[in-house]
Design a protein around this ligand. Structure first.
Ligand code: NA7
Length: 540
């Protein structure tokens, strides 16, 4: 797939001038480009990849798909698009998602303002001119009053720095940089390092194809059945007739899905009633088991434990070998404190003769050798290694770019101890720099659209009032960070090491990277900030 009209960076030394520059052409970047262009701005989107789609361009590994319901993940902002596009599966797969975003790029003629194969290496604020100057790898430079970082939150891949990693003589893959061509694992001895949401999607498929699959697991997860299925023509028609209600519902629920938490406590009902709800939720598709559960499973350890034990027993029922089953059962963290992977035949993969689960918590990976993986107690010879080892989440995609704000201050230094923003969108000392990535705890597209619209409105306000720049006050930013941490302290998210807490990367500061408020509250705070005339911001 990819762009049929790829544009090459010019690199001829001239500095191009735009009203706005958008970094990234994924879900957020495409919409941000559309919104700003609609307002009459000249916009350039620079995209590192060879095609549009962001996450759905890079993550081509077998089994990659939405964990959100397709009808809630697609954009809501074009009624025409909603009527034209048919989702094939309830939890759509990567190839279709990439096709969808390419379809959007074509339909809205976005490609003419997108420059592919263009990685932004630096962005420097010129205080006198109120302009950002970005540099693309290869030397091209461009300037604009407004800079929007639409780089996603799960886009900076993480590979553990295993000793000997380059010495491996077989094939190596990271799930988020997967080749476009189909990888043939048939007859091969494959190793998969990691058992997060990505690996859980990939393992059952690779297990079927590979000669042998060794899974290196450090921490088991509470995986819940996805229960994906094809979308029938009747369902498609129902969605198309009711998108307004679907999107209204998503704007009202806590996490911007169609699901909503049960207002009762898990502890106020009888055990029989509790189990009845758990069984019912279990049979439903998607995140219902998490986001349709008793409200206090995310806040009360005792309530959480009732569901955690229910899930553990579900795992035990599905894995034939009791020793393997126990290894797959999480006991060290509450349900939902780590991202819940949705699975299809994941646990059954471990019932296959050609799949072996290795506990690298007990005996960690020592090094990668030319022949395979060496743990502290054994060596595994492999033909291919899959690193399903995740991302430097939220901060990584931005701190990889050398961003310099007022006084030449470094964005990377500013965020060294975790994200520092007001509303997740702007950061003090970096005027006219907007972060168009959904780092709230909610359905990605739903909140990402709201953020892109907020940014567009804010830029519209500046242009209307003939203002040069906007950045939050330091006090507003400090208050937002404190408020975010306060919200996090009422959840169980801090009870374990996870990417939510930045704890998946050795040495990364521990801080909740997602904003843990209810989505409608978040929306309200963003709306209030704008309605107040941006009173918590410095406008020049
Ligand atoms: P995750 O959820 O961060 O999972 C990464 C996995 O890699 C996880 O099982 C880690 O174990 C494992 N890992 C990382 N470093 C090591 C080392 N050194 N040794 C062994 N195992 C290791 O990434 P995903 O790509 O699965 O998912 C990220 C998000 O993308 C997902 O939540 C969706 O929102 C989309 P650990 O658990 O840290 O012990």
């Amino acid at each position: 797939m990819g762009n049929p009209h790829p544009q090459k960076p010019n690199g001829n030394g001239a500095v191009e001038q735009y009203d706005a520059i958008v970094i990234g052409a994924g879900v957020s970047g495409l919409y941000q480009l559309y919104k700003l262009r609609e307002m009459g701005l000249s916009v350039r989107a620079f995209e590192d990849a060879g095609g549009v789609g962001g996450t759905w361009y890079w993550n081509r590994y077998p089994g990659c798909r939405f964990d959100s319901e397709s009808e809630t993940y697609g954009y809501s902002w074009s009624k025409e698009l909603l009527q034209e596009w048919d989702w094939k599966e309830h939890f759509s797969g990567q190839p279709e998602n990439e096709r969808y975003l390419n379809y959007v790029a074509d339909k809205f003629d976005l490609r003419r303002d997108i420059q592919l194969n263009s990685r932004v290496s630096s962005a420097v604020y010129d205080e006198d001119a109120h302009q950002w100057e970005v540099q693309i790898e290869g030397g091209q430079r461009a300037r604009a009053q407004f800079l929007v970082g639409a780089v996603g939150i799960l886009s900076a891949k993480y590979t553990p720095p295993f000793e000997g990693i380059d010495s491996f003589e077989g094939l190596s893959f990271h799930t988020s940089n997967w080749p476009k061509e189909k990888v043939d694992f048939s007859g091969k001895r494959v190793g998969c390092i990691g058992t997060g949401a990505t690996a859980v999607q990939l393992i059952p498929i690779v297990a079927e194809e590979a000669g042998h699959l060794t899974v290196f697991q450090r921490t088991p997860n509470y995986c819940a059945p996805c229960r994906n299925s094809e979308v029938s023509p009747e369902t498609q028609a129902t969605w198309k007739a009711s998108y307004d209600e679907i999107h209204k519902r998503c704007r009202e629920t806590s996490v911007a899905f169609r699901h909503e938490f049960d207002p009762r406590s898990a502890l106020e009902v009888s055990e029989e009633e509790r189990l009845e709800l758990y069984e019912k939720l279990w049979m439903q598709p998607g995140f219902t088991k998490w986001l349709g559960n008793f409200h206090d499973i995310m806040t009360n350890r005792e309530a959480n434990e009732t569901f955690a034990e229910f899930v553990r027993n579900k795992i035990r029922e599905r894995v034939h070998d009791p020793e393997v089953a126990e290894l797959l059962v999480p006991k060290d963290h509450p349900f939902g404190a780590k991202r819940i992977p949705l699975e299809t035949h994941y646990y059954e993969a471990y019932n296959r003769d050609n799949v072996k689960l290795v506990d690298v918590h007990k005996a960690p990976i020592d090094r990668i050798t030319p022949k395979g993986v060496k743990t502290q107690d054994a060596e595994y010879e492999l033909d291919a290694i899959i690193y399903a080892t995740g991302f430097d989440v939220v901060t990584g995609p931005l701190t990889q770019i050398d961003i310099r704000g007022e006084g030449g201050q470094s964005f990377k230094d500013k965020w060294a101890n975790g994200p520092r923003t007001h509303l997740g969108i702007q950061t003090a000392g970096f005027p006219n720099f907007f972060i168009a990535a959904n780092s709230a705890f909610c359905n990605y597209t739903v909140c990402a659209e709201m953020i892109a619209e907020w940014i567009a409105d804010c830029i519209g306000h500046l242009r209307e009032k003939k203002l040069s720049s906007i950045a939050p006050t330091q006090q507003a930013e400090d208050a937002w960070v404190e408020h975010s941490n306060e919200l996090a302290s009422h959840t169980l998210l801090g009870d374990t090491d996870s990417w939510f807490m930045g704890a998946n990367i050795p040495g990364k500061a521990r801080a909740l990277l997602l904003y843990a408020n209810r989505a409608p509250e978040y929306r309200k705070k963003c709306q209030e900030a704008a309605a107040s005339g941006y009173k918590d911001f410095v406008l020049q």
